[in-house]
Design a protein around this ligand. Structure first.
Ligand code: ATP
Length: 371
């Protein structure tokens, strides 16, 4: 078990900066998920921790030890890849035992550890089978078992569930999380699936274009995004992000290309400075807007554009204004499934003022950061 630390790590491939001066710390026993869009540098960061890539700048520590010059085999970490890479000619038992045999561990000890791992992963009944007859979920468990059996200081996992079907992924998510808690092994897990990140992580590190955008507990990152990238990336449907300016006469946010103005709480009013007041972005999550098909005096009156029924909720697009002939300013609202307005119908919406986010459009930072 160990903590992992990255200090100002830079990794370039020719002109491409895959990791751009990234620093963060993963605590001992922590489950850290690295999340971000394709090409943001997640895998390169993970591979750098493993010693499979060599950053040009910065330091990487595993426990108290600086590991920059250590070979992957000497870092005492276990890597689980997206592709399971099991040995096809070996049984499940021998696949799991492989790293221990390579390390010349005593046969009785090997047997004990393989059985212990198989029990934890609930794969005792397939120990004699060959990989070719296993399902995707079973193969994934064997791959995880092979990495666990060595009792490494840390697990590094690169999209290990991306080959599984949706149902199995959900099951494996909770299994993997409880397994990690049971073992208490520091884990760094790479994914581009935010549901996976939200449900499994102790903390999430969100990356974009090689840079760390925010790191924090899943609920903190979701509720308090630091910048426009994180606000737009976390959440499905995404947060509504609408360019706006502050009208000092009415003390309201005026949404561009609309007649709508949003009332602010005193906390938000305190953050708005004249230098940025013309250049803001208003943010509100779809679940923080309520919608009524009957008139509400304090509600904003608007027309429905489209309704997307999801079963457990409906996603309703409301027209707030128009930028050009074919470009509307839309606000997405998540409603209870019983509220099913029709396209073109008039509705009244209310925005929870405590859930409003305001960003500085030029720095992209949330106002609490720029104030
Ligand atoms: P994905 O989710 O698609 O795997 P990622 O976030 O893991 O993406 P990386 O694989 O770390 O991203 O890649 C980061 C950047 O570095 C990308 O622009 C990628 O094209 C580039 N890159 C990664 N490996 C190499 C390499 N061996 N040679 C050249 N460029 C590379």
């Amino acid at each position: 078990m160990a903590e992992i630390r990255l200090d100002n790590v830079v990794k370039k491939f020719g002109n491409v900066i895959a990791i751009n001066n990234v620093s963060f710390e993963i605590e001992d026993r922590e489950f850290l998920v690295m999340l971000g869009p394709s090409g943001c540098g997640k895998t390169t960061t993970l591979r750098s921790i493993a010693g499979l890539e060599h950053p040009q700048e910065g330091d990487i520590f595993i426990g108290p030890r600086r590991v920059n010059t250590l070979a992957p085999a000497d870092r005492d970490i276990a890597f689980v890849f997206q592709f399971y890479a099991l040995y096809p000619h070996l049984s499940v038992q021998n696949n799991i035992a492989f790293p221990l045999k390579a390390a010349k561990v005593e046969p009785t000890e090997i047997k004990k550890r393989v059985i212990n791992v198989a029990q934890m992963l609930r794969i005792e009944h397939i120990l004699d089978r060959k990989p070719s007859v296993l399902s995707g979920g079973e193969m994934q468990r064997v791959a995880i078992g092979r990495s666990m059996v060595r009792r490494p200081k840390a697990f590094l996992m690169d999209e290990p569930m991306s080959n599984l079907d949706a149902k199995l992924r959900v099951d494996m998510r909770s299994e993997l999380k409880s397994l990690q808690q049971q073992l208490g092994t520091t884990t760094v897990y790479v994914t581009h699936d935010q549901v996976e990140a939200m449900s499994m992580a102790d903390r999430i590190a969100i990356m974009d274009k090689g840079q760390l955008q925010q790191i924090g507990k899943p609920t903190d990152v979701y509720n308090w995004p630091k910048n426009l990238f994180v606000a737009g990336f976390m959440g499905n449907p995404a947060m509504n992000l609408l360019p706006c300016c502050f009208e000092s006469a009415s003390q309201q946010l005026k949404i561009e290309h609309t007649n709508f103005a949003i009332k602010l709480t005193q906390n938000h009013l305190d953050l708005i400075r004249p230098s940025i007041s013309e250049n803001l972005v208003f943010g509100i999550r779809p679940e923080h807007i309520s919608l009524s098909t009957t008139s509400i005096a304090s509600g904003l009156k608007a027309k429905v554009h489209l309704v997307e029924p999801l079963g457990s909720a409906n996603i309703v697009d409301i027209v707030l204004g128009q930028v050009s002939a074919d470009k509307f300013v839309l606000l997405r609202v998540r409603t209870h499934p019983s509220i099913v307005p029709k396209s073109g119908e008039t509705v009244w919406i209310q925005i929870d003022p405590k859930k409003i986010h305001i960003f500085d459009r030029s720095t992209t930072l949330v106002l609490s950061e720029t104030a």
